[in-house]
Design a protein. Structure first.
Lengths: 352, 352
DNA sequence: TCAGAGATTGGGAACGGTCCCAAAGTCTAG
DNA sequence: CTAGACTTTGGGACCGTTCCCAATCTCTGA
């Protein structure tokens, strides 16, 4: 440490030679202030001065120093994307990747940086919370696996503008962007009813996550709407993994062999369920119809099975919507951050 | 813009109240310099002063302002992770997520931020290059899908310390961390030979990516080592997707129905190949043995098929190794960034 | 002709750290 | 007792912006 502090820093050598605002001012023959005005699109600059400054900027390849700007503006021009998946279970779930990618894209043509913070252990959470609390980023996009995320609660009490992906279960007053899980699940059941299925089961998600809870509620809505013949609900819970879907489907078949349809709360669990059905020699969709949820690109195509009928949720749109809402607030275009629920859509393929 | 510049910035309100180094100094009854020394672990501070400063820091909940520190140190304390996947094909590949996650973890208990930059279009690339060139981050971790990535070439010529995931095909002088694809593929073939297979084909990756090229070379190495009976190589190319694996496997079967083993250059392509074999009524591993490559957690477990024998590459280790090598250089612990090739490992499951 | 309004511009004090340099204090050896 | 070395401390310039304030310049209308 002492060594690097004294000697020149090898990786920072090129930084010293970067052009500054002063240099631009000197070349353009104006003051720092004027250059600053041009950079920040202030209208009170004469066309002449503006042209000279722009020429100088182009000549030098100047770009403002972020650190200096942040310091003066007292704003970091960066947003923290916190991904909290305490469980390695969700490792293979492309949901996180898709969300992060869409946030990144939404930020692409702005000056705002995306600082990615992954939290898995409790120690990570504490570190992340400290980081955010210290005002190192202007706002937070929280992508959490959990309905009762302690991190969410912490951020809700801190004064950091935050928006979540997915409705928090504990009703903090944190704004969120979610997809309409309940209606989506209801549509899935209605579709199964229309196909003439009589005994409709479900593999539900965890009861401590809003996506799990809402999709189960939608399943029940669907049964209720279908009338007296559908009064009996058949529920087994999974944890989003394919194995859990496999296990749940076996349990359902054991409980009620007459099942002729199942609404599964995620595509990945549906993959497991399909495997269980194959092992039980049930033809899909001949004997049992299956609907998934998510429309995960790969799995929905049905490798190792028939292309999956599923409910699509607009994952990318969740990311872009989160980003724009947070930025609208930060940049004063909106007085508050409001929650929103985006529509889901039934995609009929070959398992129903 | 003018509006937010004049009025108070809603999202930045809390920033104004954060404790500063001066405040700490005042409370501890020492100078700014001394506080700075304590923060930066300078040894030339008396135990007494150090204790007082630490007490003051704890009392105020002080943390240094990143922007101010960056400005003074002329260093950003952030690393850019650039993910360049020009092709949405690779969308579902968890490789990128795993790499990013491991980099993040490697950075977890340091003060270094991870700034994520995703590039898909050419415009993205240009923007990313500009960003990096301007010295906004101390170094770059480049995770690229392409062997001849223009971004890589640009960074190689720029003076930004950079390390790549995967050997670049064009031999820029960029350092990289890669896994030993060639040896891995050879081990796969040797294993098939040991199992008594006689006609061993391969589904290769793209010829313009080092992973594709190296794994194909390893396949050929394996055949050559197996002797005269194995002189004939059977190659079809895929593009890492399951569909392409499916297509390639069908083509191989058409060319040579006597195939009794196939080394596939990725697990995902192996999933497609397995599907093709199932459609062709070949029993796996009875009639045809299959080896994949990657050991992708989900697919290797064999949903919709038998658990896949495969070659494991240490994806997470690639991420941590990239990070530590880059940091060793940046912090003056290493004079240069050296490339390294990490060992791969054959994981025998049930498809061979 | 000239006051006053409006449009431009420049000067310079922050912003919150780092780090060079010199001053003050402490100790050892001659 | 004191020069010289070493340890510890404080002062203050500087990093590259932003933005407030005052100065200058131009133009209009009485």
């Amino acid at each position: 440490m002492a060594e690097t502090a004294n000697g020149p820093h090898p990786g920072a050598l090129h930084l010293g030679t970067l052009p500054t605002l002063e240099a631009v001012a000197a070349i353009a023959g104006v003051s720092k202030s004027t250059v600053s005005r041009v950079i920040n699109d202030s209208t009170v600059v004469s066309a002449d001065a503006k042209a000279r400054v722009e020429a100088a900027i182009a000549e030098l390849g100047y770009a403002p120093n972020r650190a200096a700007r942040s310091l003066a503006r007292r704003r970091s021009d960066s947003l923290a994307v916190i991904v909290h998946e305490s469980d390695a279970t969700l490792f293979s779930d492309p949901f996180f990747g898709r969300i992060v990618r869409s946030i990144s894209q939404a930020l692409a043509n702005s000056e705002v940086q995306l600082v990615l913070l992954l939290a898995q252990t409790d120690a990570d959470c504490a570190r992340v919370e400290r980081y955010v609390r210290q005002g190192h980023s202007d706002g937070v996009l929280l992508v959490s696996a959990h309905g009762d995320d302690p991190l969410a609660i912490a951020l809700a009490t801190a004064e950091v503008p935050t928006i979540m992906a997915g409705r928090p279960l504990f009703d903090a007053s944190l704004p969120y962007v979610d997809s309409d899980n309940r209606t989506g699940a209801r549509m899935a059941v209605e579709h199964l009813v229309q196909r003439g299925r009589g005994v409709i089961a479900t593999v539900a998600g965890p009861a401590d996550m809003s996506a799990g809870v809402d999709r189960l509620a939608g399943y029940r809505d669907g049964l209720r709407a279908a009338g007296a013949n559908y009064r009996r609900s058949l529920v087994e819970y999974g944890d989003w993994t394919a194995e859990s879907g496999h296990r749940a489907m076996r349990a359902l078949l054991a409980r009620e062999p007459a099942i002729d349809a199942v609404a599964v709360a995620s595509d990945l669990m549906a993959v497991g369920a399909l495997q269980a059905l194959r092992e039980a020699d049930r033809d899909v969709p001949g004997q049992v119809a299956v609907v998934g949820f998510d429309d995960t690109p790969l799995w929905s195509w049905g490798y190792g099975a028939v292309p999956l009928t599923t409910v699509r949720q607009p994952v990318e749109q969740i990311g872009t919507e989160m980003t724009s809402r947070l930025r609208d607030y930060l940049e004063g275009r909106a007085p508050t951050i409001d929650s929103v629920t985006l529509p889901t859509e039934l995609i009929v393929r070959q398992t129903t």
